[in-house]
Design a protein around this ligand. Structure first.
Ligand code: G6P
Length: 616
């Protein structure tokens, strides 16, 4: 997955492109590049490394022009090298192209072009596409104008198998930048005397908040004062200009050293926003109008499938516990990447949810499409407004967590869990939950942001604690029932950003193999709040101590027994069982963050990762 930024206007393009790329850098940071166009001359700068390296390069030798394209790469086809950095040029060197996605039939297209005498400088699929578009354009023989360039672009795309979000310009058609999408996000930003093509709105909110979320097979052309959108077949299409509901402040780090820390601290507000207007004390339930389902339809649901990837999958695992215990509906969680190829038995009353922060993860999107193709009602739980999953689903719930830029997901996780709790409450209340139980759940949810704030107050102490564990070879995370998914998520956070080996397990599985790893070098993090399985967790803890393992416990304040057994303890406030995982994950996020910072890791841009994976 990569970030794309195309610009045409009256200002110098390079500073706008570089600022846009910085904001898109969370999408990939293996290499970066820009190409601009001034007075019929293309200027290209690109290099392996983060945007900072490209910035140094353009400061020394700035490319000029009031239009251009910029790219930040997460490598798929081809190693991380200067040559493989985008933009890529066609054979004539006049067409520059940037790409997010994978061209699956690139080898076949490359062979065809080689037979026509083309030579390639990189190992990428993107360069092949640049050559193909240029080859068709040059072969058209007609005037070198926008219409012919657009036609060549469309004809080339018809030969492509795979996914793409694209932007390009051609030296012979100087006043236009073209874009197209299939399977990778692309957004048109509508400005005054300037227009944009980007992978994510957060990159352009400083310039405009008017956007068109492009659909698959849309082809867009932008000029200074106008834009056009046609289908891949060349037909006019209808579209809607939407207003982005956040500002640059929401996508800046503010006083925080990292986006991740800012987003961890934003959780109390994000939780409030996920619940806002959705709790009814009158009916003692949650209201989720976006599901587009009547109470009768919801009551007929006899099975739920939750599908997602990464952190969202861990939220789904918690959703499974919540829905089963509050609503008693059989619920199954499946990796989106498995769901899309698995022939899971489902009946007509099975309801499918695709959960995704970005709303663009290709495996989750493919799972949604497969479920819809089979005729199942498929809903989304997403954060990014206007992204593909919410647009293609039959309904759903927005998380309203605000932009999440840190690659390691934090506030999106707790918001997803809050939304899943609302869903469980709603489903429970149209089945067996009494109004008194509904009110109890509502007051627990309403207390959550303040309790989360109390946990955040422990950040300095957790930082100190992390300092004691920098030498650990790896970490084991244990939790049970509601807190087993938290063990998974805690381990994921730690490995993502600190590169320490970490695994999450159900506590009782310790004795079935994992115990072989326990020892002084591999500390355990035991999530053991005051819940129905507290005593069982204490057993596990004793077993770890008997094997000379160090233990950090996440426990409810005031519990003396666990405090006496564990080497270190982080307390969370007393709360109902189903709320405890949302509080227990916060110290684990902070522990991973502080440990990674102490180890000198780049927490906002962990190696090899991308915020949202839009390629298979
Ligand atoms: C990538 C990210 C993870 C994220 C997962 C799913 O792997 O690195 O942090 O949880 O994608 O992303 P989504 O946007 O679908 O929630």
């Amino acid at each position: 997955m990569c970030g794309i930024f195309g610009y045409i206007g009256r200002s110098e393009a390079t500073p706008i492109l570089i600022d846009g790329l910085r904001r898109l850098e969370y999408r990939g940071y293996d290499s970066a590049g820009v190409a601009t166009l001034a007075n019929g001359v293309m200027e290209l700068r690109k290099c392996a490394g983060q945007i900072a390296s490209l910035t140094q390069m353009v400061q020394k030798d700035p490319p000029h022009g009031t239009s251009g394209i910029g790219h930040t790469r997460w490598a798929t086809h081809g190693r991380v090298t200067d040559e493989n950095a985008h933009p890529h040029l066609d054979q004539s060197g006049k067409l520059a192209l940037i790409h997010n996605g994978v061209i699956e039939n690139f080898q076949q297209l490359r062979d065809q072009l080689l037979s026509h005498g083309h030579t390639f400088r990189s190992e990428t699929d993107t360069e092949v596409l640049a050559h193909l578009i240029g080859y068709i354009f040059d072969g058209m023989g007609g005037p070198r104008n926008k219409q012919n360039l657009l036609d060549a672009f469309r004809l080339a795309l018809k030969q492509v198998i795979g996914t793409y979000g694209l932007a390009l310009f051609h030296v012979d058609v100087p006043d236009v930048v073209l874009g197209a999408r299939r399977g990778s996000p692309l957004i048109l930003g509508v400005g005054k005397g300037q227009n944009f093509i980007v992978s994510d709105v957060s990159a352009i909110v400083a310039h405009t908040r008017d956007v068109v979320y492009l659909d698959d097979y849309d082809v867009v052309s932008i000029e200074r004062n106008q834009f056009d959108i046609v289908s891949l077949a060349g037909a006019d299409i209808s579209f809607q200009v939407s207003k982005v509901d956040f500002t640059t402040e929401d996508v800046d780090k503010g006083a925080y050293p990292h986006y991740m820390l800012k987003e961890i601290f934003e959780q109390p507000n994000a939780m409030r926003d996920a619940m806002r207007g959705r709790l009814s004390t009158e009916e003692c339930t949650a209201k989720l109008g976006g599901l587009n389902m009547s109470s009768r339809e919801l009551r007929d649901v006899d099975r739920i499938v939750l599908t997602a990837c990464g952190t969202a999958l861990h939220a789904a695992r918690l959703g499974e516990c919540l829905i089963e215990s509050l609503a008693q509906i059989p619920t199954e969680v499946e990796f989106a990447s498995e769901f899309r190829y698995r022939n899971m038995p489902m009946n007509k009353d099975t309801l499918v949810f695709a959960i995704s922060q970005s709303g663009e993860t290709i495996d989750t999107l493919a799972a949604l499409r497969e479920s819809k193709r089979k005729g199942h009602r498929t809903l989304g739980i997403c954060n990014s407004v206007g992204s593909t999953i919410p647009r293609e689903s039959d309904g759903g719930v927005y998380m309203h967590a605000g932009p999440e830029i840190g690659v390691a997901a934090t506030k999106s996780f707790t918001s997803q869990v809050v939304v899943l709790t609302l869903l469980a409450l709603l489903l429970g209340r149209i089945r067996h939950l009494s109004s008194a139980q509904g009110i109890e759940a509502i007051s627990a949810l309403e207390s959550l942001p303040d309790l989360a704030r109390q946990v955040l107050d422990e950040s300095a102490r957790i930082e100190e604690l992390a300092g004691k564990y920098t030498d650990a070879a790896g970490f084991l995370f244990f939790g049970r029932q509601y807190n087993y998914p938290i063990a998974l998520e805690g381990a994921l956070k730690l490995k993502e950003i600190s590169y320490k080996f970490a695994e999450g397990h159900p506590s009782a599985e310790l004795k079935h193999g994992v115990i072989a790893l326990v020892g002084p070098d591999v500390p355990s993090i035991m999530i053991a709040p005051d819940d129905a399985v507290y005593e069982k967790n204490i057993n596990t803890l004793e077993q770890i101590k008997a094997r000379k393992g160090r233990v950090i416990a996440i426990a409810t304040e005031g519990r003396k027994q666990i405090a006496g057994l564990a080497d270190d303890i982080i307390c969370i406030p007393k709360c109902p069982d189903f709320i405890s995982p949302i509080l227990a994950v916060i110290p684990l996020q902070l522990f991973a963050y502080h440990l990674a910072v102490k180890l000198g890791c780049d927490v906002d841009k962990p190696r090899n990762l991308a915020k949202s994976v839009t390629v298979e």
